[in-house]
Design a protein around this ligand. Structure first.
Ligand SMILES: NC(=O)c1ccc[n+]([C@@H]2O[C@H](COP(=O)([O-])OP(=O)(O)OC[C@H]3O[C@@H](n4cnc5c(N)ncnc54)[C@H](OP(=O)(O)O)[C@@H]3O)[C@@H](O)[C@H]2O)c1
Length: 248
């Protein structure tokens, strides 16, 4: 018996990284999983890299496009009916000096990370079963500042508040909203923004009390816990999954 047998799970932003690992974890624990991303080809490549786990449906959807989100959930509703878990992992990062941030970059990050998260939950709502769980993926940069991620940090601070305000909004409908806050997790995003620019051993020694970079599955396990019945009394909470980098 898997923890998510007969559950239907939607993971937004799952062609690679944390979203892909999360989709695979739910599938491995018995769920039927819908994965989304901006490109069907990248989604299929991502799934193929893991041997295309059974029970996965890949659908294209750009998080920044509210009407596309509305159509996505209507399509999921037609295919699966109501579902049990929504994970919003899609996000874009940044490595830009404050003075060089353009209006276009600002809008792109906010549109995907904040507007996309907000409207994903709003448009999913008609299809979420009572008892459903929503997990939003934030960032440790919502708690601390970094000069090269001013817009990204602000966008993830907004996601942190959405975890709480949407939890308050939906708790009465029996829908639990929680968040997970990753720190440094070994994905393409971390490589592009951090690892390509520093000596990895020095970075780990300086930033990570546990002495290693986390795997996407470390976050996936935290998300699965929050989505499971083991977390039925946890609402509006945000769990750091960061090797101690925020608190220590
Ligand atoms: N890795 C870390 O160290 C770290 C730390 C803190 C927080 N996080 C957060 O964790 C989440 C996942 O990060 P990751 O490291 O797994 O990143 P990643 O490897 O860059 O993967 C991001 C995923 O989001 C999807 N995506 C991006 N923009 C999208 C859009 N507009 N519409 C739909 N899907 C979109 C991408 O798919 P397509 O490009 O195919 O659309 C991809 O599958 C993000 O929210 C990120 O901010 C990561």
């Amino acid at each position: 018996m898997g923890r998510f047998d007969e559950k239907r799970v939607v993971v937004l932003g799952a062609s690679r990284g944390i979203g892909l690992a999360t989709a695979c974890r739910f599938a491995a624990e018995g769920a039927q999983v819908v994965v989304t991303g901006r490109s069907l080809e990248r989604l299929e490549q991502g799934l193929a890299s893991l041997g295309t786990p059974a029970g996965m449906v890949a659908l294209k959807c750009d998080m920044a496009d509210v009407s596309a989100l509305e159509q996505l959930f209507a399509e999921i509703g037609r295919r699966l009916g109501a579902f049990d878990v929504l994970v919003v992992s899609a996000g874009v990062a940044q490595r830009t000096a404050f003075e060089e941030v353009t209006e276009e970059e600002f809008d792109r990050i906010m549109d995907i990370n904040v507007k996309g998260t907000f409207f994903a939950v709003q448009k999913a709502l008609p299809y979420l079963r009572p008892g459903a769980a929503v997990v939003l993926v934030g960032s440790n940069l919502s708690y601390s500042g970094w000069e090269l991620a001013t817009v990204y940090g602000a966008s993830k601070a907004a996601v942190l508040n959405l975890t709480r305000s949407l939890a308050a909004t939906l708790a009465g409908s029996g829908i639990r909203v929680n968040g997970v806050t990753p720190g440094s997790i070994r994905t393409a995003m971390l490589k592009e923004v951090v690892l390509d620019h520093y000596d990895e051993a020095e970075f780990v020694q300086g930033e990570l009390p546990v002495g290693f970079i986390g795997d996407p599955d470390d976050v996936a396990k935290t998300i699965a816990f929050l989505a499971s019945d083991d977390a039925r009394y946890i609402v509006g909470e945000d769990i750091l999954c960061d090797g101690g980098s925020t608190r220590l």
